[in-house]
Design a protein around this ligand. Structure first.
Ligand SMILES: [Zn+2]
Length: 459
């Protein structure tokens, strides 16, 4: 973009614009913590960050698409999640366009026979990665309200019936998160059919979905839940640096599963966790890095099975580690503490430790800062005289061994069942458990609480 002028209190300043940076020469040195308001005039066609072009129905549109740091191609900003700001989009466009953006619409005026001014105002500080405007032909449905929050569907007019049908489920999701995590941070929630390059992009209160997300078959509930979960985790409580992006993506992944558990029952959550566990095991074969991987230099690479599925699994195991009550108390406190602000992994750890009264240093170290997961092998046998089962377990993964509770289910010939929990605290362990009957089968992790692979055979 070409910068024509920069002003402070109406006075033009000297500046230098090169390599995507503007250096401004101040007339007087700024005092510490002094706030200055600059006016930056610029124009041009952005190279990236604002997608300009035709949609699948050959209609022209303009869609912001800033994630992760593409916003600075069209907005004069510090393009980093730690730098949040309020934002206004004031758009003058030909009459046939509708404009949607972050926040609430504070003005829509016809200027003359051909042009319309639309002004959206976001009063809550948000990250550049989720600042957005969409300018296109839209059909708009006001689906309803959760408390005072307006839930809206913005879709291409040609997809009006299908889009309104597919996106309407958003209100149910909002209601669940709003009541379970803590008050939603914004005044409206718009779900927008768009030209985003992503499947969904969680732009603050103005979520953009890929244009073929609309099918009329109601297939997007999980995607909508993921993007809505981001409104709490990622948008409101935001990671302070890219290497902690699991605080966005791992949370959005697991809170989608929690929503599905609420909507369809615990078996649905188990199904999701089993599917994710398989993906994590496959991913580990190619990439042994930990979830918090500070060796990543290209921030486009922070998104992976590690920061989505594995981080989601870490929250699932954390829930098991501290119990449902302390887990939810910790989650609510974390959100309340960092709402409209920024946090690091250590902040989340501290809050969960306070909520549960547990030292979680080992848990966080092995699951977030160490790569891999337990790969188990071994055998078990039953001693009829002592009425006990002996289990030999070995962890065969490369690198450090993990410490974790392991649930085992013992099954008798007549269908008797019993679940026992043993503690694995070494590379190689020999454990004994008392049992009331002779087991013929042993099932590892019967309730799906452990990220692991491998089997233990009957001797
Ligand atoms: Zn996401």
């Amino acid at each position: 973009m070409s910068v024509s002028a920069i002003m402070l209190d109406g006075k033009k300043l000297t500046f230098n614009h090169s390599s995507d940076r503007i250096k401004i020469t101040l007339p007087n040195p700024a005092k510490e913590n002094e706030a200055l308001n600059f006016e930056i005039n610029y124009s041009g066609i952005p190279q990236d960050g604002l997608i300009i072009g035709k949609n699948k129905f050959n209609d022209r549109g303009f869609f912001g698409d800033n994630w992760p740091n593409r916003g600075h191609h069209w907005l004069p900003v510090v393009d980093h999640p730690s730098d949040k700001a309020t934002v206004d989009f004031i758009v003058i466009a030909p009459m046939h366009y509708s404009v949607v953006a972050n926040g609430i619409k504070v003005e829509e005026s016809f200027l003359d026979a051909n042009r319309k001014l639309t002004h959206w105002h976001e009063e809550v500080p948000i990250g550049v990665k989720v600042m957005v405007v969409g300018i296109a032909r839209f059909a708009v449905q006001y689906v309803g309200k959760v408390d005072d929050i307006s839930v809206e569907s913005w879709v291409y007019p040609q997809n009006r019936a299908e889009g309104f049908y597919d996106y309407a489920v958003a209100i149910k999701v909002l209601d669940y998160f709003h009541r379970h995590i803590g008050p939603y941070s914004y005044k409206k929630l718009a779900n927008v059919q768009s030209k985003t390059r992503w499947g969904g992009l969680e732009n603050a209160n103005t979520i953009f979905y890929f244009e073929n997300s609309v099918t009329g078959k109601g297939e997007r509930e999980a995607l909508i839940a993921h993007e809505e979960a981001h409104q709490w985790f990622g948008n409101s409580a935001t990671e302070n640096d890219w290497h902690h992006v699991w605080l966005s993506e791992g949370f959005a992944t697991y809170f989608t599963s929690l929503y599905l558990e609420y909507a369809y029952g615990h078996d649905r959550l188990v199904e999701e966790e089993k599917k994710d566990r398989q993906e994590i095991i496959q991913f580990y074969k190619k990439n042994q890095a930990p979830i918090v991987d500070t060796t990543i230099m290209d921030i486009n690479k922070v998104l992976s099975t590690n920061t989505y599925q594995k981080a989601g699994w870490v929250l699932h195991m954390l829930r098991n580690e501290v119990g449902d009550v302390d887990f939810w108390n910790g989650i609510r406190t974390y959100y309340a503490t960092y709402q409209n602000s920024n946090a690091m992994t250590s902040d989340f750890k501290r809050v969960i430790e306070e909520a549960s009264g547990k030292d979680l240093s080992l848990f966080f170290h092995q699951w977030l800062y160490t790569g891999g997961h337990p790969n188990l092998t071994g055998s078990w046998s039953y001693n009829a005289k002592l009425k006990e089962v002996t289990i030999d377990v070995k962890q065969t993964q490369k690198g450090a061994f993990f410490q974790f509770p392991l649930e085992i289910e013992l099954i008798g010939a007549d269908g008797n069942k019993e679940i026992k929990t043993v503690k694995i605290e070494a590379q190689q362990s020999k454990l004994t458990v008392k049992t009331a009957f002779e087991p013929v089968e042993m099932v590892l992790d019967p309730e799906t609480w452990l990220l692991y692979e491998g089997t233990i055979q009957k001797k």
